[in-house]
Design a protein around this ligand. Structure first.
Ligand code: ASP
Length: 323
């Protein structure tokens, strides 16, 4: 009896201690370089989230490297007080199959706060690449076998997953060049140091619109409606039947963050995702903000479990590993 009373008292004290959350600056760790798609989602979201959290200062900490696993490790080990959060993407579900010595347990070391959006990818090329359409690109890839450089944001990154599927489907091996995010990869693509890349529309739409990169196809099974992207064929309709990659982003806290805090963040996240400016910015870049039902920790955790089950075998079949 006494033990239960003490436990109840401890729970009450914790709730009271966090009743005023947030009382100081919140850091959102983005496990990729600044200026890339994950970073853009985080900066946009921080602005919408801030309004729902007593105008708290929210700063972005870009800890890129190793396909997002360095940033995720940092958050898994951070204080579980709600002041360090992680905004990650599909890499949360692909990394367990890729990294033999992952420094965190994906399903055990985080509080799942909810999903944010889904973003299609585009297959793009350096501006000097002679191919202007996907069929022309195919010919160029065939003619340049053994010399093709494919940029990505490291093993486990969305760009890695997309590139892996592309190589498997086309049966063409490419030399992959890893970066800390697709922002630095984009710089090298623009400069012609690498040939092609798959990247989220949130990062490529502006470059495609400005004619600064060659755009070949989208990775979803339906064509996109965003004006700059609407003319692009899907890989599925272009001969790679079933090719379908859409990148989701979601928010996490270190395991053990008090429920009083995760509930507050979740409620704020739900409202932030309805912020008209946030929705407008996302839609303009081809991203789709998810419904309330998916901005739910338990639902998102189930979804990540399903994604691990979906992508794990694909990655293992490709025989790709990192230590
Ligand atoms: N788009 C990147 C990826 O391939 C990540 C990033 O820079 O946001 O995963």
């Amino acid at each position: 009896m006494k033990r239960y009373m003490l436990a109840a008292l401890a729970a009450l004290t914790t709730t009271a201690a966090f009743a005023e959350y947030p009382e100081k600056q919140i850091t959102i760790v983005v496990p990729f370089a600044a200026g890339g798609p994950t970073d853009k989602v985080a900066r946009d979201l921080a602005e919408a989230l801030r309004k729902q959290l007593n105008n708290a200062t929210i700063i972005i900490d870009n800890t890129g490297g190793a396909g997002g696993t360095l940033g995720a490790t940092k958050v898994a080990r951070a204080a579980n007080d709600g002041y360090t959060l992680l905004l990650h993407h599909i890499g949360m579900a692909t990394s367990p199959a890729l990294y033999r010595s992952l420094q965190y347990k994906t399903l055990e070391d985080f509080e799942y706060l909810g999903m944010i959006n889904e973003v299609p990818m585009t297959l793009i090329g350096k501006p000097t690449l002679p191919a202007n359409t996907y069929p022309e690109l195919l010919k160029w890839l065939e003619a340049n076998k053994g010399k093709i450089n494919l940029a990505n944001a490291g093993l486990g990154a969305a760009s890695h997953l997309c590139g892996l599927l592309l190589q498997q489907s086309l049966k063409i091996d490419m030399q992959t060049v890893p970066y800390k995010g697709t922002a630095p990869a984009m710089n090298d693509l623009l400069g012609g140091q690498v040939d092609i890349m798959c990247d989220q529309t949130t990062n490529t739409t502006g470059q495609i619109e400005a004619g600064k990169v060659k755009a070949y196809a989208v990775t979803t099974t339906k064509r996109l409606t965003t004006p700059a992207l609407a003319k692009l064929p899907t890989l599925d309709e272009s001969g790679l039947k079933g090719f379908n990659v859409s990148i989701w982003h979601a928010l996490y806290a270190p395991k053990g963050t008090p429920k009083a805090v995760t509930d507050k963040i979740n409620a704020a996240l739900k409202l932030a995702l309805k912020d008209p400016q946030f929705v407008k910015n996302q839609e303009a870049l081809g991203a789709v903000v998810v419904s309330d039902a998916r901005t739910n920790g338990a639902e998102h955790k189930k979804f990540v479990e399903a994604e691990i089950a979906k992508w794990g075998p694909v990655i293992k079949a490709a025989g790709q590993y990192a230590d």
